[in-house]
Each structure stands twice: as C-alpha cells, then as structure tokens.
Design a protein around this ligand. Structure first.
Ligand SMILES: Cc1ncc(COP(=O)(O)O)c(C=O)c1O
Length: 294
C-alpha cells in the first residue's frame, strides 16, 4: 500500500502514515515507516491486543486506542478516527486497508506467486482468515489465474457478517454477535474483499478455534495466533472432503506470542470464551496435562 501510494504521489517525504488496524498490518507499516522516514500513527481497534500495542510502541509508532468497533460510520471506531485525522492533517496518508485496492493487489503480486512457487504448482486448496479480505481475495485471484480448480476458502468467526454476505449477497437479515478472534470477521463489508475469488466461507466458533490452536501447539511446539487457530478449526471441519493427494495450504497471519493475554491466558479464556459448563473439560485437557496429543 505504501509503494502504491508513493508511486501515485499520495505520500510525500517526511509525511505521516495513518492506519486503522487490530495491530498486525500496523506493525508492518510501523516497520516500513522506520525504514522510509515517515511518521506512523495507528488507530488501534478495541479488539487489538496489548502485545501488538507494545510492539508498535517499540517500533516508535504513535498509538491511539479506540473505544468501539462499529465500522467506518461509527465516530469512535478506528476507521472513522484514522480517516478524520488524515483529512484534517497536511501530508498525512490514510492507508485504509479495508477499501484500498493495493491491499489485495499486493497479495496478488507477492503472496500468491510465493505460494504457487513454493508448492511447485501442486496446491489444490487454500484457506485463510478474512478480515479486510485482502489476503484471501488477492491470493485467490492469483492462484485461480494459474489453475481454476484450486479451492479458495475464507475463514470467518461466528458472529461476523461476512459469511452471511457471501451466502445472501446482502447484509440484510443479519444479526451479529460479539466474537473475540482478532483480525478476522467484520461488522461491515470491506471493499478489499472480492467474493468472486472465493469458493466458500467456513465459519468457526471461538471455542473450536482455541481448541485447534492448543492441539497444534501440543503437536508442533509452535503456538499459533488466534485467527490461525480459526483456520485450523476450519480445516478440521472440511477434512473429510479432502483426498489423499490434495495439497492444502493454510495461511497463518501471525503467531501465539501476540496472544499471551488472551488465547494463552486461562483466566481470559474462562471469562470470555467458555461457558461455565465447557470450561472444566478444556482446562483439564490443555492445562492439567502438558502432553495432550489429541
Ligand atoms: C491476526 C490476523 N488474522 C487475519 C487477518 C486477515 O487478513 P486480511 O485483512 O488480509 O483479510 C489479519 C489482518 O490483519 C490479522 O491481523
């Protein structure tokens, strides 16, 4: 997004890059800003974890915490506040990852070709979480341009509007509910999402995503992020439809050390994610025994 904005003259030397983010896109931008000499101002959405805020501050970005997550029309949301600041400030550029064509174009030009090359063109299925939709749409478009048969799946948390929109082509009739997986799902339709490149939406619960993350951690010794757990849960749901020689690529947007306060904190899990009925069995399974290889 920065490269496109530079090329089109939307960013001038010494300018301020502004973005609304749950944290990860912001971290990428903060790194680039250091390298390129821009200031970086991030409006962090309500759901963004403290770990991401710390990384941003370590990189020297200015972080403004937003109170709500109501989408671009909500005056207290990250998107609204970031857009307003950029409008009112000279030499500021609002990246606007939710509606910036360069978001999915970057995945079309880089992430998609990388996956194609690394799998020697053998990939048959691609699964990624959808937040802005840029990853799954851009990668999906590239992979389908190489082989139309590659199955592209977007992963969405229960409570998000994106699956309803994919199925019905409208947001009407949708009633949302809170969800806690950072980075995926929305309560509005981002312009970066291109449903034409996507074969199916797979919706998963927070509990199933946590369970998949813990299983993966115990099998591999590597802790995935929460949305990566969601992608693993979705893979688990479609496992019976896969054939022996299928070549499945699952996309992890980040990693577990950005979730020490939530996904990997038993108090948070018990308070926010599990019902009193479900918590004891999860706790016994993943906290009382260090060697669960379910
Ligand atoms: C943790 C996490 N997972 C998934 C995504 C979704 O990626 P996209 O916005 O390309 O749909 C993001 C986006 O930043 C993210 O931070």
């Amino acid at each position: 997004m920065i490269h496109f904005a530079e090329k089109s003259g939307q960013i001038k030397p010494g300018g301020i890059i502004v973005e609304a983010s749950s944290g990860n896109t912001a971290i990428g931008l903060a790194m680039l800003c250091r390298l390129k000499g821009y200031q970086c101002r991030i409006y962090l959405s309500k759901s963004g974890g403290e770990e991401k805020e710390s990384v941003l501050k370590t990189l020297g970005a200015e972080v403004i915490r937003c109170k709500t997550s109501g989408g671009p029309d909500d005056p207290q949301s990250s998107q609204y506040m970031a857009a307003k600041f950029a409008q009112e400030t000279s030499n500021a550029f609002y990246c606007n990852q939710y509606f910036n064509e360069a978001n999915k174009q970057a995945h079309f030009e880089t992430t998609g070709p990388e996956i194609w090359k690394q799998t020697n063109g053998k990939i048959t299925h691609f699964l990624a979480g959808a937040g802005t939709g840029g990853t799954v749409s851009g990668v999906g478009k590239f992979l389908k341009s190489q082989n139309k048969k590659i199955q592209i799946s977007a992963v969405d948390p229960e409570g998000s509007v994106l699956t309803h929109y994919f199925k019905h082509g409208t947001t009407e009739g949708f009633t949302g509910q809170p969800y806690y997986i950072e980075g995926i799902g929305r309560n509005f339709i981002p312009g970066a999402l291109d449903n034409k490149q996507i074969d199916q939406f797979l919706q998963v619960s927070g509990q199933k995503s946590a369970e998949a993350a813990f299983k993966f951690r115990n099998h591999t010794g590597t802790a995935p992020g929460f949305s990566s757990g969601a992608v693993l849960a979705a893979l688990h749901d479609i496992r019976h439809s896969l054939k022996k020689n299928d070549h499945v690529v699952v996309f992890f947007a980040d990693k577990g050390d950005r979730y020490t306060g939530k996904l990997y904190n038993p108090e948070w899990l018990e308070t926010y994610l599990f019902s009193a009925k479900d918590w004891p069995s999860f706790f016994n399974r993943y906290y009382n025994s260090a060697v669960t290889h379910a």
